[in-house]
Design a protein around this ligand. Structure first.
Ligand code: ADP
Ligand code: MG
Length: 245
């Protein structure tokens, strides 16, 4: 459903992504792993349109997204979380979800947030997302006042609020406890079961190997392996990339 074909992104002499081809099937959880600096976040940035590729294409259900702006890709059903959390700190938890659900642009968020406080309605869907993310008791708390773990949960809820078909998660468990990682894994599974295709970048191996249907491994911007979690874990090139030997 989501197809990357010979995708590259060069920054000067750095080949952050260097000719990657990948195909995600509808309804699967696809893990994307690799050492630091191997091009994982850049790949997500190319899928969402934050970066323009040096070469290659991104297609969703056969439609070429490569020349589309970020908001057009969001409208097509592509949503993401950021490795470095990006929330509207001055808006409440519920307002962050409302803004995401209604697709408003960043520069209007502050104004809209005020309008929202003055009488805008929460949709039932936002109530559901708050429960799903265990943020119900925090709905009227400013995002900047949340704990780190709560911010991560809000970041994912916000991506879901745009009703995506493909959800791109960039290290959603970073800094999380093992227990929170397990709850997150359950939430990602539930999201997939609701029909959302998931691309999961994650360092917590237990998490990514436990829930992914397939996994691809990047090293120096190239795909060095792809297969089931068991196949990838047994792959000699993958072991070498991680051990640096
Ligand atoms: P990962 O997410 O796998 O840790 P990244 O995709 O963030 O890796 O980065 C891959 C490489 O591209 C790194 O060498 C990084 O320094 C470089 N890079 C990423 N974004 C930029 C940028 N905006 N400008 C210059 N270099 C970048
Ligand atoms: Mg990264």
């Amino acid at each position: 459903m989501l197809a990357l074909d010979s995708l590259s992104k060069h920054f000067g002499g750095v080949r952050a992504v260097d000719g990657i081809s990948l195909t995600l099937k509808e309804g699967e959880i696809f893990g994307l792993i690799g050492p630091n600096g191997s091009g994982k976040s850049t790949t997500i940035n190319l899928i969402t349109g934050l970066y323009t590729p040096t070469t290659g294409t991104v297609r969703l259900d056969g439609r070429d997204l490569t020349a589309m702006a970020q908001h057009e890709r969001t409208a097509m059903g592509v949503a993401r979380t950021f490795q470095n959390i990006r929330l509207f700190g001055n808006l409440t938890v519920a307002e962050n979800l409302w803004v995401a659900q209604n697709g408003h642009e960043q520069r209007r968020a502050h104004f809209l947030g005020r309008w929202f406080r003055a009488g805008g309605e929460h949709s039932p869907e936002i109530g559901e997302l708050l429960k799903f993310s265990r943020l119900h008791s925090k709905r009227d708390v400013q995002a900047s006042a949340l704990s780190f773990g709560e911010m991560r949960r809000l970041e994912m809820a916000r991506a879901l609020a745009s009703r995506p078909r493909v959800l791109l998660l960039d290290e959603p468990a970073a800094g999380a406890s093992r227990e929170d990682g397990q709850i997150l894994a359950e939430r990602i599974r539930e999201t997939r079961d609701r029909g959302v295709t998931v691309l999961l970048i994650e360092h917590m191996m237990e998490l990514v190997m436990g829930i992914s249907d397939r996994v691809a491994v990047l090293n120096f911007g190239r795909k060095i392996a792809e297969g089931s979690p068991a196949e990838v874990q047994a792959n000699a090139d993958v072991r070498a990339a991680y051990l640096g030997s």
